[in-house]
Design a protein around this ligand. Structure first.
Ligand code: FAD
Length: 477
C-alpha cells in the first residue's frame, strides 16, 4: 500500500467503529464537527510524508521492503536515528500548534517496547509475530496508538487482588482457544484512539504470578467487535471572543476504551501469561515514550518563552530587572530540556536490537519538564497582567462606537498596535488556561513514576559515588 495520504487516512476511518461523544454515538469521526479537528491534527503526519519540505525527515528508505516508509516504524540503530526521530516529533508538534499528531509515534514506542521484550525473553514466536506486525505497519502506514493505562480500581491493590471491587479493572484474558484469546477490561486516557486505525494494548505495571491473566499484550483494530470508546470532550480553545486566526484548530482527544469480550487472533498476541515480563514491557515502552514526550514539549516551551518575551515588550517592561530574571529562568528551563533530550540520544545503548536513549537522562528530562511546568506558566501569566482575563472581547472591539476607546485604553507601549497586544493575550489565555498542565504532569506517567525509574536506574551511579566518598574518608572496604 505504501505511505498513506491524508485523504486515504481519513477514508480508512469510516469503518464502523463504535465511538461515543458527549452522549451521542458518532457515525463518522471524520465528519463530526469537533472530532474532525482532531482527525486533521492526526493527518499532519501523513501530510508531512508527502510534503517536499518535510519528506526527508518524515520518510526513510527501507532496505527490507525496498520502499519508502514512515521514519517512526524504522528500527533506530544509533544516536543519530534517535535524534532524527526527535526532530520529526518536534516538527510535527510545531505544525500541530502544540498538539501532537500522534498517528505513529506513540504506537512506534509500543512496537519497539514489545520488540525489545520479545528479544529479552528470547521467545522466537513473539519475535516473529512482532516483526511481522512491524512489516505490516511499514507497508500499510496506518495510524496506531498505545493503550497502556488500565482503569486500575484501587491503586494500592494488584490486578488480581481479591480485594478489588471486580476483576476487570485491568485488561485480562478471559478465554483462550485454538484461534486466539478473548479479552475484557478497559484502558483509560488513550490519546488519539478515536481516529487511530489500530491500538497496541500492553500492561501498565509489574505483575505477580496471581496476575498472570492480566499479563497480556496485543494489537487490535479500532473497529473490532466488542470495542467501544467514550471520548472526552474536545476543548475548543478559541471562541468568538478571540481575534480571528486563520491557523487550523488543532486538538487531540483521549478515550476510555472498553473491551467487551474482544477476540484477538494469536498472530496479534505478544504476551499472554508471562507475568515476569509485564514489567519489562511497560518499562521499555515508558522509557521510549518519555523520550517522545519530552520532544513534544520542546516546541511548547519555545512558544511559552516567545509569549513571555512578546507580552513583556508590548507592556514596555522587558528591561525591568525582575522581567529579565524571569525570562532567564524560562531560557534555562528550555535549554535544559533540549540539552537533556539530545544527551539521552547521544548516550544511547543497544537493547534487544534497538537503540534506546539513556534511561536516567530521559526520565530526568521528563521530570524536569513536568515538575517545573507550572512555574513557567506562572511566569507567563505574571508578565501578561490582569488583562489576560479581564480584557474586552474581539466582539466589543468590532463595535464601531467602542473600537477607538479600546484601541486607546488597551494599548501599552508606543508603536505596538493594541490589536497585537490583545491577540497575544488571546494566545496566552489559550495556552495557559487549559488542560496542558495536567498533560504535563501525567502524560507519559506521573512524576513519581519518573522518580522511581531515576532512582532504580541510578543505583550503580549512587554506589560508585558512595565508594568515592569512602575512599576520600580513608575507609577501605
Ligand atoms: C492527557 C493525557 C493523555 C494520556 N494519554 C495516554 C495514552 O495515550 N495512552 C496511555 O496508555 N495512557 C495515557 N495517559 C495516561 C497517563 O500515563 C496516566 O495518567 C499516568 O500514568 C497516571 O495514571 P492515572 O491517571 O491513572 O493516575 P493515578 O494512578 O490515579 O495517580 C494519581 C496519584 O496517585 C499516585 N499513585 C498511584 N498509584 C499508586 C500506588 N500504588 N502507590 C502510591 N501512589 C500511587 C500517583 O503517583 C499520583 O500521585 C494520558 C494521560 C493524560 C493526562
Amino acid at each position: 500500500m505504501g505511505l498513506m495520504t491524508a485523504e486515504q487516512y481519513k477514508e480508512s476511518l469510516r469503518d464502523g467503529r463504535v465511538v461515543y461523544y458527549k452522549g451521542d454515538k458518532v457515525e463518522d469521526v471524520t465528519g463530526h464537527p469537533a472530532i474532525a479537528n482532531c482527525v486533521n491534527t492526526m493527518a499532519i503526519d501523513f501530510e508531512m510524508a508527502h510534503d517536499p519540505r518535510y519528506k526527508d525527515l518524515a520518510v526513510v528508505y527501507d532496505e527490507e521492503l525496498g520502499e519508502e516508509i514512515s521514519r517512526h516504524f524504522y528500527i533506530p540503530r544509533n544516536g543519530d536515528d534517535l535524534l532524527k526521530m526527535q526532530e520529526l516529533i518536534i516538527k510535527s508538534t510545531e505544525l500541530g500548534d502544540g498538539y501532537i499528531p500522534l498517528s505513529h509515534d506513540i504506537g512506534a514506542d509500543a512496537l519497539n517496547g514489545i520488540s525489545i521484550t520479545a528479544n529479552v525473553m528470547g521467545n522466537k514466536e513473539y519475535i516473529e509475530r512482532i516483526e511481522n506486525y512491524r512489516k505490516y505497519l511499514k507497508k500499510t502506514d496506518i495510524a496506531v496508538v498505545a493503550a497502556v493505562t488500565d482503569v486500575k480500581g484501587d491503586r494500592m491493590l494488584r490486578p488480581g487482588d481479591p480485594g478489588q471491587a471486580h476483576k476487570d479493572y485491568y485488561v485480562r484474558v478471559v478465554e483462550k482457544n485454538s484461534k486466539g484469546i478473548i479479552v475484557r477490561g478497559a484502558k483509560a486516557h488513550i490519546s488519539g484512539a478515536a481516529y487511530a486505525n489500530e491500538f497496541f494494548v500492553i500492561p501498565c505495571r509489574a505483575m505477580t504470578e496471581g496476575d498472570a491473566d492480566y499479563a497480556v499484550a496485543f494489537a487490535i483494530q479500532a473497529n473490532a467487535r466488542g470495542i467501544k470508546q467514550v471520548v472526552r470532550p474536545f476543548v475548543e480553545r478559541r471562541s468568538a471572543n478571540d481575534f480571528p486566526n486563520q491557523r487550523p484548530h488543532t486538538m487531540i482527544t483521549d478515550s476510555l476504551i472498553i473491551f467487551d469480550d474482544v477476540f484477538v487472533p494469536w498472530e496479534r498476541v505478544f504476551l499472554c501469561g508471562e507475568w515476569k515480563y509485564a514489567a519489562t514491557m511497560v518499562y521499555n515502552f515508558a522509557l521510549l515514550h518519555r523520550r517522545t514526550g519530552c520532544a513534544y514539549r520542546i516546541p511548547l516551551s519555545e512558544q511559552l518563552l516567545g509569549m513571555a518575551q512578546a507580552i513583556a515588550e508590548y507592556n514596555g517592561v522587558e528591561k525591568a530587572q525582575h522581567v529579565r530574571e524571569k525570562i532567564t529562568d524560562m531560557v534555562i528551563y528550555l535549554e535544559t530540556l533540549k540539552a537533556l533530550c539530545k544527551a539521552a540520544c547521544y548516550d544511547y545503548t543497544m537493547y534487544g536490537g534497538i537503540a534506546i536513549p539513556n534511561p536516567v537522562v530521559t526520565n530526568i528530562a521528563k521530570y524536569h519538564f513536568a515538575h517545573n511546568y507550572h512555574e513557567i506558566i506562572r511566569i507567563v501569566q505574571d508578565l501578561a497582567g490582569g488583562l489576560l482575563v479581564t480584557r474586552p472581547s474581539y466582539l466589543d472591539y468590532c463595535v464601531p462606537e467602542l473600537k477607538d476607546d479600546i484601541v486607546k485604553y488597551c494599548g501599552a507601549k508606543a508603536g505596538i498596535p493594541t490589536e497585537s497586544r490583545l491577540r497575544m493575550l488571546d494566545l496566552i489565555r489559550r495556552m495557559t488556561h487549559s488542560e496542558l498542565e495536567t498533560i504535563a504532569l501525567h502524560g507519559e506517567g506521573s512524576p513519581q513514576a519518573e522518580r522511581m525509574t531515576i532512582y532504580g536506574e541510578a543505583r550503580k551511579t549512587i554506589a560508585y559515588c558512595k565508594k568515592l566518598a569512602e575512599e576520600l574518608a580513608g575507609i577501605n572496604n
